[in-house]
Design a protein around this ligand. Structure first.
Ligand SMILES: Nc1ncnc2c1ncn2[C@@H]1O[C@H](COP(=O)(O)OP(=O)(O)OP(=O)(O)O)[C@@H](O)[C@H]1O
Ligand SMILES: [Mg+2]
Length: 253
């Protein structure tokens, strides 16, 4: 990539307050194509607020957001998803009474150009093949016919991410993909997620609290504290930063 290539995501000067709480203050993050960017920060630092603003779930008080150089600020979540920015949630958004495959089919159908008219034909062959392909690539085939209400939290998390990939997004934002995943499953789960994302040629931004996962999967780390970016760079440099140790990882002597 050349140094002046247009970033996939350009978020500049984002601001957001909830009453007296400043959730974003002059947040500027640009993400080049193919990068694996990790957002870290203690509880309430502003990570989910950033994800919500980029995906249209929250309107910033100020700033600019562009996808491939095109402004997207002011568009709603569905319009932004259609343009190529998709997400998973800190708490997965699933229909718990439907099976895993049915949830995937709904996601595939909702991603189709006909949109919500999917109810006429939710299980067309193309969608069924796409749903089953993603289920297999995420290693979830054994759970495909089980209702989501019976599935463990870590499996639900993976399903939510697989559903976010159905639109073949250009940029995927994952809010805490390993929370609720057992310690021994975290690395295998992230391997599957990253392989699937690479297979779709998507760029990824993920929020993570587990620093072993951060070190294992991020090309670059941005650290938040109190709505501000306090460090941005290579993982070793950011995790070794004095303010990050003090305010984020608690590693300060
Ligand atoms: N809809 C909202 N209404 C009021 N306050 C909010 C809202 N969303 C976020 N906040 C506040 O904004 C701040 C940033 O919250 P945010 O959810 O972005 O943090 P986070 O970094 O994702 O934290 P966590 O690691 O706990 O998920 C917090 O003080 C939070 O309470
Ligand atoms: Mg959060």
């Amino acid at each position: 990539m050349t140094a002046n290539a247009t970033p996939v995501l350009s978020a500049r000067g984002l601001a957001k307050s909830f009453g007296a709480v400043v959730a974003a203050a002059d947040v500027t993050i640009e993400v080049p194509a193919g990068q694996r960017l990790c957002l870290i920060g203690s509880n309430g630092a502003g990570k989910t607020t950033f994800v919500n603003m980029v995906t249209g779930y929250l309107k910033p008080d100020g700033g600019a957001i562009e996808l491939d150089g095109q402004p997207i600020l002011g568009l709603g979540p569905r319009q932004i998803a259609n343009k190529g920015i998709c997400r998973s949630f800190q708490i997965p958004q699933l229909c718990v009474e439907l099976t895993m495959r049915e949830n995937m089919l709904v996601a595939c159908a909702a991603a189709a150009p006909s949109g919500l008219s999917f109810w006429r034909d939710p299980g067309s062959d193309g969608r069924r093949a796409r749903a089953d392909d993603l289920i297999t690539r995420f290693g979830l085939a054994a759970f495909a016919d089980r209702p989501v209400s019976e599935l463990p939290g870590g499996v639900r998390k993976l399903l939510d991410i697989a559903m976010a990939l159905t639109r073949k997004p250009r940029l995927l934002l994952l809010d805490e993909p390993t929370s609720g995943v057992s310690a021994e499953e975290k690395f295998p789960a992230m391997d599957r997620v990253m392989e699937a994302i690479a297979g779709e040629a998507a760029t990824v931004v993920f929020v993570e609290h587990d620093m072993d996962i951060v070190r294992g999967y991020a090309d670059r780390v941005v650290a938040f504290y109190s709505g501000r970016v306090i460090a941005d760079g290579a993982p070793d440099a950011v995790l070794g930063d004095g303010e990050v140790k003090r305010y984020v990882t608690g590693d300060a002597a």
